[in-house]
Write a protein that binds this ligand. Structure first.
Ligand code: AHM
Ligand code: MG
Length: 363
């Protein structure tokens, strides 16, 4: 799904496209992620390059994780007993490996004041021997990792906010900021190919890893989510625990109620994979609250906020059923939230259906 590309050397092309800045690439030029990031940075004369540096480092970490994920099925074959591999290193679970890889790729750069990971209970401080910077990185190192054993795509999700506290190291208040304050967000999907999709608030752009040269190349500039969605992604084995309003909403999405065109049900059970398909094809991913999990399952800071930023920049929307995801004020690092994310019209239908029921209940 390659969009028409433009030549920055031709001044007639130096026009904003749909409010988005036009970057310098031609239909035939190869645009690496590094080039794209630097061109975006140049649109902001005040930029210090620190945010760009974080994105470069994320791309490097993604390549290292991709290479390990690619060999996941071989680990047991090549490794010796007791989790020791042929190099004599102790094998790690892939989600621990992904977590450590990101921390090590980031902690020494001087751009971050701390990190928070879905895999770690507390803020990860920057070691004293390194400089602290003005950004906080929040991430889910390997989302959907329970799917690895059956060779299903998994992903990495990340979010960047600016530090607001005064001290050297990041404090809770720096990490507990609403999604609207994100300055960058993205995800990597380790699928049939590896893709990195990110936004800094100037559109959503996708890059595919060319494994032969080890570079992410621009493949999906200015992604726009189709508004007439095709897909519904939800785990309906929880239907028995849903409220009636959620059951009604799902009947609407299936075309059984309210005269809506039925959506196709597709659920991988790996959020990045479900989200990525719906971002390109249109539709909605839902993880509603249920009686067993009143706040749903997905994490606000590591999963919902970054993908909400991505989807909004692609013309879509994200809600907890009532509020915009990115307006929620987090109170805990590992806070969960119900989530409806995807094409704007589908998310609006979710909001309206859930609100109508709420009125009935309170009347
Ligand atoms: P994880 O972060 O522990 O991997 O859990 C998140 C995953 C998502 O990738 C996926 O959408 C969801 O859990 C699936 O949950 P369920 O099996 O309840 O449908
Ligand atoms: Mg996850």
């Amino acid at each position: 799904m390659r969009s028409r590309q433009v030549d920055s050397t031709d001044p007639s092309h130096a026009q904003p496209t749909g409010g988005r800045p036009v970057l310098s690439h031609t239909a035939t030029s190869v645009v690496t992620i590094d080039r794209f990031i630097i061109e975006q940075e140049r649109l902001h004369p005040e930029a210090t390059g620190e945010l760009s540096g974080i994105l470069y480092d994320m791309a490097l970490a993604a390549k290292m994780i991709a290479s390990k994920v690619r060999r996941a099925g071989l680990a047991d074959i090549l490794g010796a007993t007791d989790n020791e591999n042929v190099q004599g290193e102790i094998q790690q679970k892939l989600d621990v490996f992904a977590n450590d890889t990101i921390v090590k790729a980031m902690d020494h750069s001087g751009r971050l004041c701390g990190m928070a990971s879905e895999e770690e209970p507390e803020i990860i401080p920057i070691p004293d021997k390194f400089k602290c910077g003005k950004y906080c990185l929040l991430f889910d190192p390997l989302d959907g990792s329970s799917n690895i054993d059956v060779n299903v795509p998994v992903g990495t999700i990340f979010s960047v906010v600016q530090k607001i506290s005064r001290g050297r190291h990041g404090e809770s208040e720096d990490f507990l900021q609403p999604g609207r304050r994100q300055v960058a967000a993205g995800y990597v999907i380790y699928g049939s190919s590896t893709m990195l999709v990110y936004t800094t608030g100037q559109g959503t752009h996708g890059f595919t890893l060319d494994p032969t040269i080890g570079e992410f190349l621009l493949s999906h500039p200015n992604i726009q989510i189709p508004d007439s969605g095709r897909y519904l992604s939800v785990n309906d084995s929880y239907e028995q625990y849903w409220d009636d309003n959620v059951k009604l909403l799902m009947r609407k999405f299936r075309g059984l109620e309210g005269g809506h065109r039925p959506l196709n049900v597709r659920y991988v059970g790996s959020f990045v994979a479900d989200f990525h398909r719906n971002l390109l094809g249109g539709g909605i991913f839902c993880y509603p609250a249920n009686r067993k999990n009143p706040q749903g399952k997905l994490r606000l800071l590591y999963e919902a906020n970054p993908l909400a930023f991505i989807v909004e920049q692609a013309g879509g929307a994200a809600s907890d059923g009532t509020n915009d995801i990115m307006k929620l004020m987090p109170t805990e690092l590992h806070q969960r939230t119900p989530l409806y994310i995807g094409s704007r019209s589908a998310v609006n239908l979710a909001r309206e259906t859930l609100a109508a029921k709420a009125e009935l209940v309170t009347a």
